[in-house]
Design a protein. Sequence first.
Length: 159
Amino acid sequence: MRNLEQMPGHLIRRLQQIAVAVFHTEVDAVGFDMTPVQFAALVRVAENPGIDQITLAGLIAYDRTTIAGVVDRLVQKGFLSRAVSEKDRRAKVLHMTDAGTDALSRLGPAVEKAQQVMLSGLDRQEADDFMRLLQKATEAVNDLSRAPLRSGSKAAEKD
């Protein structure tokens, strides 16, 4: 058996723990109580006004059954509005509020700083290589996830 410190799963888990801690440190510093998943949801709703919750879940690789809780918290914080879809009365569509748009613009620099901190042990070329390889490795096993990342059209096709 390989040394634990040589196992990708162990290192990825540790890096995830560190990434979440760094994210919270930087976001807290600018006065926000937000999780990485909530931030990802805000970004995708900003990019896709009127998106439904199921498609949102696919676009952030989040479990469809628990996305409602994430959206609930963002609605409670005043960052998103939720309404019944005019096309499908069973679906809920999401829009950014002015407060959500403001929050996203204020969070941007903090989240960018967090990304830099996460990669601070690498030089520029190493960071670029790491990101390229991380994306490649993640895409190769995406369909093995309980909540695979979906494009907008693929997420809609699944329903």
